[in-house]
Design a protein around this ligand. Structure first.
Ligand SMILES: O=C(O)CCC(=O)C(=O)O
Ligand SMILES: [Fe+2]
Length: 522
């Protein structure tokens, strides 16, 4: 199993640790009683030796003593030897060994996954390194401090991810957190610091940190060699210095034209927001007139965007239903995947756990679909299986489109293909999230915060069926909490009479897109 991508899974780890602790206690107790027995024997044997030594030859003249000594040298010492050579606590050790190798236990690869999540949080929400290390996330203290080793591990992974400013700050933090116990890490920390300083072009700083490192381990040939390579490569730049205090790139003043991953980042962090003018016409309430389909459903709806339509319904899934769903999905989650070139793959683009469930599984899923039909006026006969996702701390789903692109059709990843593309998405929030975890629409400048019981609805396609690229969206990383969502992906098939095309006449925009799409297909 994989734990770091889901809080739901993570809670099971506590149970495992509890059992590991019991085995360890048993192991210690067994060994302690063995040592107690051996210590008592030792004292006894020493006492008799002292007696013999003080009495001298007279000691051996007593037949009784002769007997005692002989017995001790044979039987007693044999028992001691036997005891010393038995592996005490082997039963407890065996159990611990077996439990640790259980395939449901987290593996060492999970540490990398967990660090990856932490770095993503820090990067997107611009969290200060010293706060995270002190156990403070986005201003809230959680009482867990990170030690020098962990700070070093995080720094190394940041460097690997090319987040050099972060790597530098984690190396500094690791150095600050060195203590007697962890002093042996100092050379590794200095080495990381050198690497990051070189990358950030603080050659003077790198040079002096190299000196520190060599002073610390003057005998190391490796350091000498590395230093020589460094000097050869940078000898003309040694006067170049930089006071690196930043941990993050500066926030851009203007976001136009920036790549989608950057837009996603700043939408999640709240730096990208719709300008007030865009709110002017938007409505909220028990709407029935703005869009024809709402006549059917006097639901509590909030309009976030007209073009393309993006609305949020409030109180459209109930606690009783959520309880049933949590029960149905129990122990059935697996690591979420994304579409790869030919097949689905695990990726850091999407770190959560998910499962699909046919609507025939339980009546509650049919009830929900009837409600979705009321909310959207779409035909739910051609909706995919219900998808449930659970995100853990640091879990996210990077910017993506819900609609299928031509390659997905070509590689048979659209099933069933006759149902066409995903015309619309309804995303139910089955939980609140304490911190982070919004759904970001970078091109619409919208950030929806999960609220238990509400649901977002948007069309992925233009009325013509062409993909609407404005619908790019993603699930921002969770800072604190466990996020549960349920997806309804509604497909195009026989929605023709349902979707009120005349209200959203986007035929012009989609014409060029269709051409573009055809071009891509050729
Ligand atoms: O969890 C979210 O907020 C968004 C999920 C999503 O976009 C998806 O599952 O396709
Ligand atoms: Fe999505």
């Amino acid at each position: 199993a994989e734990f770091y991508s889901s809080i739901h899974e993570m809670t099971k780890v506590f149970g495992y640790e509890q059992r590991l602790l019991l085995h360890m206690q048993k192991f210690i107790a067994d060994n302690e009683s063995k040592l107690d027995f051996l210590k008592a024997r030792l004292i006894e044997f020493e006492r008799e030796r002292d007696e013999a030594a003080s009495e001298g030859v007279a000691y051996f003249q007593s037949p009784l003593n002769k007997f005692v000594l002989t017995k001790r040298l044979t039987l007693d010492w044999q028992r001691v030897e036997n005891l010393m050579s038995t592996e005490t606590g082997s039963m407890a050790l065996g159990r611990l060994h077996k439990l640790r190798r259980n395939k449901r236990m987290p593996s060492s690869g999970e540490v990398a996954g967990a660090i990856d999540g932490l770095l993503r949080l820090q990067y997107i929400y611009r969290l200060p390194t010293k706060d995270i290390a002190a156990g403070i996330l986005d201003g809230v203290p959680y009482g867990t401090e990170l030690d020098a080793q962990l700070c070093l591990d995080i720094g190394r992974q940041a460097l690997q991810d090319r987040k050099t400013l972060l790597a530098h700050s984690w190396a500094l933090e690791a150095r600050q957190r060195l203590n007697e116990e962890s002093l042996e890490l100092q050379p590794q920390i200095l080495a990381l610091l050198v690497e990051t300083k070189v990358e950030l072009e603080d050659f003077q700083g790198a040079n002096s940190t190299y000196h520190e490192l060599i002073e610390l381990q003057p005998a190391s040939e490796q350091h000498a060699k590395n230093y020589e390579t460094f000097m050869q490569a940078n000898k003309d730049k040694l006067s170049q210095s930089k006071n690196i205090t930043d941990e993050h790139d500066p926030v851009p003043e203007d976001f136009t034209g920036l790549p989608d991953d950057i837009l996603y980042r700043y939408t999640c962090s709240g730096h990208i927001r719709p300008p007030p003018a865009e709110f002017r016409d938007l409505r909220c309430g028990f709407m029935s007139e703005t869009h024809p389909f709402l006549i059917l459903a006097p639901l509590k709806v909030e309009e976030l965007q007209r073009e393309p339509l993006l609305v949020v319904y409030h109180d459209v899934i109930y606690q009783g239903e959520i309880d049933i769903i949590k029960n149905l999905t129990k122990n059935r989650f697996e690591r979420a995947q994304v579409m790869g070139d030919n097949t689905s793959v695990v990726s850091t683009v999407r770190t959560s756990q998910f499962q699909f469930m046919p609507k025939t599984t339980h009546k509650v899923l049919q009830t929900i679909d009837e409600r979705v039909a009321d909310m959207t006026n779409l035909n739910m006969d051609y909706a995919e299986d219900h998808q449930f996702s659970n995100y853990g701390v640091g879990g996210h789903y990077a910017q993506h489109f819900d609609y299928f692109l031509p390659p997905a059709f070509e590689t048979n990843q659209v099933s069933p293909v006759e149902w066409g593309n995903r015309i619309a998405t309804v995303l139910f929030y089955l939980s609140d999230v304490a911190q982070g975890g919004g759904t970001a629409f970078p091109r619409l400048k919208q950030l929806l915060m999960p609220k238990k019981g509400s649901a977002a609805f948007w069309y992925n396609l233009h009325a013509s069926g062409a993909p609407n690229e404005q619908t790019l969206h993603g699930a921002c990383p969770i800072i604190v909490g466990s996020k549960w969502v349920q997806n309804r992906w509604i497909r195009e098939y026989i929605q023709g009479d349902k979707r009120p095309c005349e209200v959203w006449d986007d035929s012009l925009a989609s014409y060029s897109q269709i051409k573009n799409l055809k071009h891509k297909l050729q």
